[in-house]
Design a protein. Structure first.
Length: 691
């Protein structure tokens, strides 16, 4: 750190038997700041993970570069700094990693002497780690990182007294904070200005000892000083009417704070970057940066739970508009060489004009998507200078941010933010917006993949299940299928009704183990096998299907129930292969669970036998075939749930109730009684007088 001028340094080492690295040594900042990055996994989206994976030095020139390449850490640390990450490698083995941060204002590239110092330091540390491991005493990370502080010469008594006198001669008051933000020194003048005894302030965090300083903007200024190592300042009100100005002067050991009275008409001017920050805070309608970060971190958490594109856009609109003071928002995606509006808030008329615009068109949203470079316009005049048509066509707003949505190096869309009055896009605000776009791009990319898989699953399921059930004279039919709602949405539950003759039919229902494409494919094979054998005795149909599945050896088990229905003689023969027995509602209103002889699941034993049982079906009898998702739920006894379902069938299936209404009632009862985590298939058959 001394050789390169870095202000913060971190060394990571891998614990035994783990692929992730843990923070072992920390200097220049408190552990609180490094807490989100105490553990770095190989696939984490942070510079060190890439440096170790690629075996090279990764350089991040500024906060905008961090926001573009690594949105997640860029969102948490939207302060001026530069960063280098490098592996500690020797003898073909990576022993750890190094991260260095420099104060804001570093040159766009590492100087040759700085880069040489980083490489030499990493080689030296890797050599030490390799030798220690070779000698059987490997260097391992502790439970907490070791804090390394810069050495300082201790002043003598005369010099220390002169320093105290020097501080007291300064106008206003002074205090000192350590790297954790706690007060280590405070003058009586500072305590008087703050309205507290010096003894009560020593050792405390200012925003804890002084409730009126418990403000996200105050803590944000402190964090900005620690990370950027730049002098920062802010003015705040000590109730009821005392305005105070704070100047924070940071270094590697802590922060020196100067406190002076201030007021609306006599606030001391800030210099350089501090003045720029202060003017931005005074003029911008943007909420405090810490408050914005709270909203945007909430957005990041929400986006991890969003499923489809619609969910992502809604979450983004709900969170971004209050967090950033945005007047209008639009998310556009690239499809077939054109822009498509995935969603918007407050942009209805203008967005419609640009929907389906070719990517080659000269519009801001198209340009940022093609170039990958964000564009910011603080007024209508600025926008009109580059894109006259955007203003002519009535794009609402007075300032705009056009941000590319880039995921895994691929442009996936554009984010358009409109503001209702002109504004200056401060570098810190730009960094937050770029980080936000990166998070949104990743969520949008996942959501589009989810939507594609969901649509594929829906089509696959629709193709494997019967589109319509055949009309069989003397038989009323209703069927329902509900996917479990997780994974790809493809399940292995199936049902079918097969017309065999003028007065005979076959009904079947089954459940293939699993909720994936393999289960659905096997389900299609089972349906085909049952169709091929339909008309034979139920036990033989299941035996033939079982032999086929055993030969295929799919590695998945299947339950199945098959019923041969003879409407002329009002009778049905049934056989089961490990499937839940059906329910029957008799014409007199009684409902019961049929007692069928058990049979082994399909696909286990090719010689398995499937005995048959019969049931009479007088006119008005309802036969309910279902999969276990209808009655099975965590913490619920399956036999009891089946008995409750039979009671619901008895209560709801009488009179003139249609079979469709009865199917909806049974499904609703199951869903309302307990949360379901499995597919549900239901096939209802009712004997009626043939027309």
């Amino acid at each position: 750190m001394r050789r390169t001028g870095a202000s913060i340094g971190m060394v990571y080492l891998p614990p035994p038997g783990e692929s992730a690295m843990r923070l072992a040594v920390l200097s220049g900042v408190s552990l609180e700041f490094a807490a989100p990055w105490t553990r770095i996994a190989p696939d984490d989206p942070v510079p060190l993970a890439d440096a170790v994976a690629d075996g090279r030095l990764v350089w991040i020139a500024d906060r905008e570069a961090m926001a573009r390449r690594y949105p997640r850490p860029g969102l948490v640390l939207p302060y001026p700094f530069s960063l280098a990450a490098s592996p500690l490698a020797a003898g073909g083995t990576t022993w750890g990693g190094l991260v260095l941060l420099w104060p804001g204002g570093h040159a766009p590239q590492l100087a040759r002497v700085e880069e040489d110092a980083v490489h030499e330091g990493c080689d030296r540390m890797a050599g030490i780690l390799a030798r220690a491991a070779g000698e059987g005493r490997p260097v391992l990370p502790g439970r907490q990182p070791r804090m390394v502080r810069p050495a300082r010469r201790t002043p003598g008594p005369v010099e220390a007294a002169a320093a105290v006198e020097f501080v007291h001669r300064l106008p206003g008051g002074s205090c000192a904070l350590d790297l954790n933000g706690r007060v280590t020194f405070v003058t009586e003048e500072a305590a008087d200005l703050l309205g507290i005894d010096a003894e009560d302030l020593a050792g405390a965090l200012p925003w804890e000892a002084l409730p009126w300083m418990d403000n996200p903007a105050v803590e944000d200024r402190y964090r900005a000083a620690v990370i950027s190592r730049r002098t920062t300042s802010f003015t705040t009100l000590r109730p009821p009417d005392h305005w105070l100005r704070f100047e924070l002067h940071p270094d590697a050991t802590g922060i020196s704070v100067r406190i002076t009275p201030a007021g609306p008409d006599r606030r001391a001017p800030a210099e350089g970057a501090a003045r720029e920050e202060a003017e931005h805070a005074a003029q911008s309608a943007l909420p405090s940066r810490a408050t914005s970060l709270y909203h945007l971190m909430h957005l990041a958490a929400s986006l991890t739970e969003a499923a489809g594109v619609r969910d992502v856009v809604d979450q983004a609109a709900d969170q971004i508009t209050p967090a950033l003071g945005v007047h209008a928002l639009a998310v556009l995606t690239a499809e077939d060489g054109r822009l498509r509006v995935a969603g918007h808030r407050g942009y209805a008329d203008a967005v419609a004009r640009f929907d389906s615009a070719p990517l080659a068109s000269d519009t801001p949203a198209a340009r940022v998507l093609v170039t990958g470079a964000p564009m910011f316009y603080g007024s209508r005049e600025e926008l009109a200078g580059d894109f006259p048509a955007a203003v002519v066509l009535g794009s609402p707003g007075a300032a705009w941010a056009f941000l590319p949505l880039v995921a895994s190096g691929r442009p996936v869309g554009s984010l358009v933010l409109g503001y209702d009055r002109p504004r200056d896009f401060h570098p810190g605000e730009r960094a937050i917006l770029i980080s936000l776009a990166g998070l949104l791009a990743q969520a949008l990319d996942r959501a589009r993949l989810y939507d594609s898989k969901h649509e594929l699953a829906r089509r696959l399921q629709a193709g494997l299940l019967p589109h319509t059930l055949p009309h069989v004279p003397g038989l009323e039919v209703a069927a329902r299928y509900l996917p479990a709602g997780h994974g790809t949405g493809v399940g292995g539950d199936f049902y079918d009704l097969i017309r065999l003759g003028g007065t005979t039919a076959a009904a079947t229902i089954g459940d293939v183990q699993g909720h994936n494409v393999e289960a659905a494919a096997l389900m299609g094979q089972v349906r085909a096998a049952v169709h091929a054998s339909a008309g034979a005795p139920p036990g033989e149909v299941l035996a033939r299907t079982n032999r086929l599945l055993t030969d295929l050896d799919p590695g998945l088990f299947t339950s199945c129930l098959y019923a041969h229905i003879d409407l002329k003689h009002h009778r049905a023969l049934l056989a089961t292969a490990g499937h839940p027995p059906p329910l029957v509602r008799h014409p007199d209103g009684r409902a019961e669970v049929l007692d069928l002889p058990p049979g082994l699941l399909l696909g286990i034993d090719p010689a398995a036998d499937y005995p048959t049982a019969g049931v009479t079906l007088p006119i008005g009898t309802v036969l309910a075939l279902f999969t276990d998702g209808l009655v099975e739920a965590p913490g619920v006894d399956m036999d009891r749930a089946t008995a409750e379902l039979a009671g619901q069938l008895a209560w709801s299936g009488g009179g003139d109730a249609s079979l469709d209404d009865l199917a909806d009632t049974l499904i609703g009862h199951a869903q309302g009684s307990a949360p379901r985590h499995d597919d549900i298939a239901l096939l209802l058959l009712r004997t009626v007088a043939p027309l």
